[in-house]
Design a binder for this molecule. Structure first.
Ligand SMILES: Nc1nc2c(c(=O)[nH]1)N[C@H]1C(S)=C(S)[C@@H](COP(=O)(O)OP(=O)(O)OC[C@H]3O[C@@H](n4cnc5c(=O)[nH]c(N)nc54)[C@H](O)[C@@H]3O)O[C@H]1N2
Ligand SMILES: Nc1nc2c(c(=O)[nH]1)N[C@H]1C(S)=C(S)[C@@H](COP(=O)(O)OP(=O)(O)OC[C@H]3O[C@@H](n4cnc5c(=O)[nH]c(N)nc54)[C@H](O)[C@@H]3O)O[C@H]1N2
Ligand SMILES: [Mo]
Length: 770
């Protein structure tokens, strides 16, 4: 374990530090040659799709694109370590539960299906045959199919996801909680209502034509490192890059490209952001409204002076609805409120408005800093309003770009992993597979936890992910899972969710992306869809981590066969014998996938149609809609501040550089200067002094919520950081216990894990920081 230090990071992001980190990862995983070879096959035409993030790769063709955190994800999957039945015989589940997430991950790849034995409190090996019989027995004994819950995490391939949703719907429910419920759900909801599609409209090539790129609540240096390459090129061309982030993030400031030898050897780096606005947590809606107000006021002045209009009047007239009501609302918003709620000054917002007005083509990107708030849907619609004002949707170099997380989270949704499926989709699915899909909406993540809490005996099945750790209100979620009659996890690596067992519990080990998937007709490829709607093939290159592993499509097919038996018309085993057959069915259900097998075999794959990108607006009004939104004045943080005499802070839970969601690779957060410790709390130096504390002191956090439940997270070390006063940041998942299940985004149910009102106490055992 590395030594604990806090040290301001002065280097650019990327650079030698990134190269060194990759070399270290490859060495640590135990097989350097295999590690290096595997890495070179990531995102190659005949290789596998990187299981890291959903950022697209240039052409998905032959140049190797270096990515430190992609390398970590690849190395983690192709590790030489194995979590064999030996491990499970050595430790009881209670003992395993006492280990850290980092330790659980480090045990390596799961090798055998395992069944929980309550008497010995241990997982024991079990045959696949028995696994499917047992799950089928449980599912078929439920009073209604709606008593089963089927979670998905976003690494599942299109083929696996398609079969999975088909099986679950043939079984009879739409209960599909998904990691995207905690992630970009608000982006989908906001965009669908405003522009008629729930996906971003830009492609990678648009970044080469943009004059201004606005980045809201995203930390690409850590979470989408390949995006820095695109931003670097844009900055070098002279495009303006404006970042909105309460924290100073190194990757948004300076980048040294590890693939540019001249830059590496000379020590030079590229400045990324031309303007950096450290707004308050949750202040984006107010900030964007301020920018729009400046633009509209400038436009009025131009009009009065008889100069050329500053907004795109003909686009607004031809393509949009509700502009009058929207602009009246914005013009009525007092600057004082905008400044107070954004934490930014009118001058700063005016400066961004000028940048916006001078740019011919504007792209707006956003990440979790926008989506995980109560007002996230309204904030995203405000960003879309800004783009619509000058027609920045549906032409080259411009548009909205929600930057997705998991490598196939967008594809899973496209394939029908959705608790609220459209009637048209259900009809087509039913027609192609000759059954009657259930019509009533199912449960998303937060509602699924509630349902498991309210009624014991449910079946919880997870296709990947780490439900117990990724979800809010950790104690409640654990109780919810323990309430189940059966919990099942399909996984590559051991994690905490596997140890929070229902009455009965199973762990089912599966192949990872990097591995060769051989079925009856030979080796198979799967497909994924990236954040910009590009669909391409992915074929593993390594032998499976264990001969016992099944592919995710095979697990679904055998489960479906065991559960549905004669009730299903589908030839489950026939479909998995050759994944081309699954793709033919996908093509039969989704128009956009016609000739799927032919089109996806072209190197680089193909792009799915995006109607908004063609200015075809599939909204209720038939136009792109402007939405007026008030700046919220009654959020949990406002109420908590009114009701408490003690200083109340707004806490954002974020990712460190050495983690992939709940997977903890290491204890460093290099770009924020934190080494050897994850239990840190980033706070403004003046706030630390105001509390009569010092950097390095240990504190406990208590969140404040309308439901009155006391939620605490203990033992965090104060780190003085460049963050606005009154705002805090700490890593997830250590802080998930503070996020109330009852606090979710309006219209999207996403837990508000980026705005948690908290108060701070000195830690009871200060100094004992083991
Ligand atoms: N290496 C690595 N890559 C990943 C992941 C990972 O864990 N590790 N996770 C993947 C997944 S699933 C996802 S969804 C993405 C997540 O990628 P990001 O969206 O970058 O995720 P976060 O680190 O949660 O937070 C992003 C930023 O939001 C800022 N922020 C917090 N509150 C606010 C606010 O109110 N307003 C604004 N403007 N900014 C705010 C934080 O300071 C932080 O810089 O990355 C994906 N890629
Ligand atoms: N407080 C707070 N909570 C958050 C967030 C936050 O910012 N703050 N972010 C939220 C977001 S954006 C997301 S997306 C969710 C993530 O929630 P999840 O998707 O549930 O969590 P992950 O940590 O990505 O899941 C990791 C596990 O997936 C399994 N796995 C990895 N690869 C494969 C594979 O190929 N197949 C299968 N079957 N399993 C595999 C491994 O066992 C690994 O332990 O967390 C959310 N939770
Ligand atoms: Mo995510």
């Amino acid at each position: 374990m590395s030594k604990k230090t806090i040290q301001l990071y002065r280097q650019p992001a990327g650079g030698w530090g990134a190269l060194k980190s990759v070399a270290q990862q490859i060495l640590e995983q135990g097989n350097p040659l295999k590690g290096a070879r595997t890495l070179l096959s990531a995102n190659q035409p005949d290789g596998f799709d990187c299981p890291g993030c959903a950022w697209p790769d240039a052409d998905h063709t032959s140049t190797f694109e270096f990515c430190e955190n992609g390398a970590k994800a690849v190395a983690a999957e192709s590790t030489a370590s194995r979590a064999t039945p030996d491990l499970f015989s050595k430790y009881t589940v209670s003992e395993l539960l006492r280990q850290s997430d980092h330790w659980l991950e480090a045990q390596g790849r799961l090798t055998h299906p395992m069944q929980y034995d309550r008497a010995s409190d241990r997982y024991l090996p079990v045959s696949w045959e028995l696994v499917f019989q047992l799950i089928a027995l449980h599912l078929n004994a439920l009073v209604t199919p709606d008593d089963a819950i089927f979670y998905t995490s976003g690494r599942t391939s299109n083929e696996a996801a398609f079969l999975y949703q088909l099986f679950v719907r043939e079984f009879g429910t739409n209960n599909f909680p998904d990691c995207s419920n905690m992630c970009h759900e608000p982006s989908g909801v906001a965009m669908k209502a405003a522009i008629g599609v729930g996906k971003g409209t830009v492609q990678l090539s648009d970044f080469q034509e943009a004059d201004a790129i606005l980045i809201f609540g995203q930390n690409p240096g850590t979470n989408h490192p390949r995006m820095l390459g695109e931003l670097r090129a844009a900055a070098k061309r002279g495009a303006a890059i404006v970042s909105f982030n309460p924290l100073r993030e190194r990757g948004l400031e300076k980048f040294q490209n590890p693939q540019d030898m001249r830059e590496m050897l000379s020590g030079a780096a590229t400045e990324i952001s031309s303007d950096y606005l450290q707004l308050k947590i949750g202040g984006d809606l107010a900030a964007v409204k301020g920018i729009i107000k400046y633009v509209l006021e400038s436009d009025l002045l131009a009009q009065q002076a008889g100069r050329e209009r500053l907004i795109d009047v003909s686009f607004i007239r031809e393509h949009t609805a509700n502009f009058e009501a929207f602009s009246a609302d914005v013009l009525n918003e007092p600057w004082e409120r905008i400044e107070q709620e954004s934490g930014l000054q009118r001058l700063q917002l005016g400066r961004v408005a000028q940048t916006y007005l001078q740019a011919k083509n504007v792209i707006a990107c956003w990440g979790m800093g926008i989506t995980q708030h109560k007002q996230s849907v309204a904030t995203i619609q405000m960003i879309l309003n800004l783009l619509l004002l000058r027609g920045h949707i549906g032409r080259p170099g411009a548009g909205p770009c929600p930057v997705r997380g998991h490598s196939n989270v967008q594809g899973d949704r496209t394939m029908g992993i959705n608790e609220k499926p459209s009637p048209a989709f259900l009809q087509r699915l039913g027609r192609v597979f000759q059954f009657k899909p259930p019509q009533q909406p199912g449960l998303g993540t937060v509602d699924a936890i509630r349902a498991m809490l309210d009624m014991p005996g449910k079946v919880f099945f997870a296709m990947g992910g780490n439900f117990a750790t990724a979800t809010p209100d950790t104690a409640l979620t654990h109780r919810a899972l323990q309430n189940c009659g059966l919990t099942v996890h399909v996984a590559t690596k051991l994690n905490r969710s596997h140890l929070i067992c229902g009455r009965e519990a199973l762990i089912l080990p599966c192949l990872g992306r990097t591995e060769i998937d051989v079925q009856a007709t030979g080796p198979q490829a799967v497909t994924v869809e990236d954040s910009m709607s590009m669909v391409h093939l992915s074929s593993g290159i390594n032998p499976p981590a264990s001969p016992e592993l099944l592919s995710e499509p095979m697990i679904v097919a055998r489960l479906a066969q065991a559960t549905l038996q004669q009730r299903s018309q589908t030839d489950w085993l026939g479909l998995v014998a050759d994944y081309d057959r699954i793709r033919d069915k996908i093509a039969a259900v989704f128009e956009d996938f016609s000739d799927f097998n032919q089109r996806v075999k072209i190197p680089g794959g193909f792009r799915l149609r995006n109607t908004a990108a063609e200015r075809e607006w599939q909204t209720a009004s038939g136009k792109a809609n402007f939405f007026a939104h008030a700046i919220p004045a009654d959020l949990p943080i406002h109420r908590a501040r009114q009701q408490n005499a003690a200083p109340v802070f707004n806490l954002a839970t974020i990712r460190s550089h050495d983690q992939y969601n709940t997977t903890i690779y290491g204890l460093n957060d290099r770009y924020r200067g934190v080494f050897g410790e994850r239990r840190v709390l980033f706070m403004h130096a003046d706030d630390i002094a105001m509390l009569s504390m010092q950097a390095g002191d240990w504190v406990d956090l208590q969140s404040l919520s309308d439901d009155g439940v006391e939620r605490k997270a203990c033992r965090f070390m104060l780190v003085a950081y460049q963050i606005p006063r009154g705002c805090l940041a700490a890593y997830f998942p250590e802080t998930n216990g503070l996020v109330p299940l009852s606090s979710v985004a309006d219209h999207a149910d996403t837990p508000t894990s980026k705005s948690i009102p908290v108060i701070i106490f000195p830690h009871q055992d200060a100094g004992q920081d083991t």
